[in-house]
Design a protein around this ligand. Structure first.
Ligand SMILES: [Zn+2]
Length: 181
């Protein structure tokens, strides 16, 4: 069982203890331009901050793998090759400076990719996530958690104690889910 968190949002750090008995692997995909910044509330998220590098390092030290989610979090399919390379190389440099190593895994911003993005991204990474699952589509976890297999990949963006918005998963429901897997 694999859990991916996308973007680098502080609530993921805040609720990190939920995963202390989780036996699978966790990859936290970070967009380097947003680190430590504020996120205004919208229909996808309640207001929160992005995690800081100290918080990301703390999760890394818990055994989480840190992945690359680009620098600017823009759609790669709308970029020139130069823009893709800029986003990858700029973020990899920041990861190297902050973590002492470069991520080997990549997740496309908004999950959008095509043959050209794949060709560029695969020059830099051992793994890139190219599933078709859309952002915020958590129904599968809620509707049939008993059918999850140990090969399943769960993708989250952020967590909320109550009234989760569409890209947030409710903390209590996540605890229940983790007991079933
Ligand atoms: Zn994202």
């Amino acid at each position: 069982m694999i859990i991916h968190f996308d973007d680098g949002r502080e609530p993921v750090y805040k609720y990190r203890d939920i995963f202390k008995d989780f036996k699978g692997s966790i990859v936290w995909f970070i967009s380097t331009s947003t680190i430590g910044k504020k996120q205004e509330g919208n229909r996808y998220y309640t207001p929160h901050n992005y995690a800081t590098w100290d918080q990301i390092r703390e999760c890394r030290d818990l055994g989480w793998e840190i992945g690359n989610h680009s620098h600017e979090h823009k759609r790669f399919i709308a970029m020139t090759e130069e823009e893709m390379i800029y986003n990858i190389e700029k973020s990899q440099k920041i990861f190297q400076d902050e973590l002492g190593e470069k991520p080997t895994k990549f997740a496309y911003p908004f999950g959008k990719f095509d043959a050209k993005t794949e060709e560029v991204v695969m020059r830099y990474f051992d793994y890139r996530r190219n599933t078709k699952r859309e952002d915020g589509n958590y129904g599968v976890y809620k509707e049939r958690p008993e059918q999850l297999t140990d090969k399943e990949l769960l993708i989250f963006h952020s967590l909320a104690e109550k009234n989760p918005k569409s890209c947030e998963y409710k903390v209590d429901e996540l605890k229940k889910l983790l007991c079933m897997i």
